[in-house]
Structures are given as C-alpha cells and as structure tokens.
Write a protein that binds this ligand. Structure first.
Ligand SMILES: [Zn+2]
Length: 75
C-alpha cells in the first residue's frame, strides 16, 4: 500500500513546537501560523498527521467566518 506523503520525505519531523511525530504534509508557514499553531521554520513547515488534522479544522473554520463576513457586507 502506498501512503500519501505529499512532498515530505521520510524521517522529517513535525515543525510544531514540542511535537516529535513524523511529518506527513508540508505547508507554507503563513497558512499554518494563521490558524494559531506554533511552528518553527522558514517558508515551509511540516505537520504530522494529528497536527495536520487540527490545521484542516482550523482552516475550515476560518474560511467559514470569511464567508459570513462577506455575506454580512452584502446585506
Ligand atoms: Zn505534530
């Protein structure tokens, strides 16, 4: 079975502070810090499975808020 790892090579660790899990995804750092995660890195950061899950949740919430704001302005 092929595990989807994006562009993360094996053995790369999660960039979140105090997390030592193996990373599964790499993302632009501004996207990740925008969701409130504390990460260390330059332009790209690496997230483990759990933190990527949390990131996706937070990013979704943010998008929803944007939509609400937008709708309110349209009324
Ligand atoms: Zn992590």
């Amino acid at each position: 079975m092929v595990v989807e790892v994006g562009k993360v090579s094996k053995g790369v660790k999660c960039s979140v502070e105090n997390c030592d899990e193996e990373a599964v995804r790499s993302l632009p750092i501004d996207k990740v810090t925008g969701t409130g995660l504390k990460v260390q890195g330059a332009r790209r950061v690496y997230l483990c499975k759990e933190h990527y899950k949390g990131y996706k949740k937070a990013a979704k919430k943010e998008k929803m808020l944007d939509k609400w704001r937008y709708r309110r302005e349209m009324v």
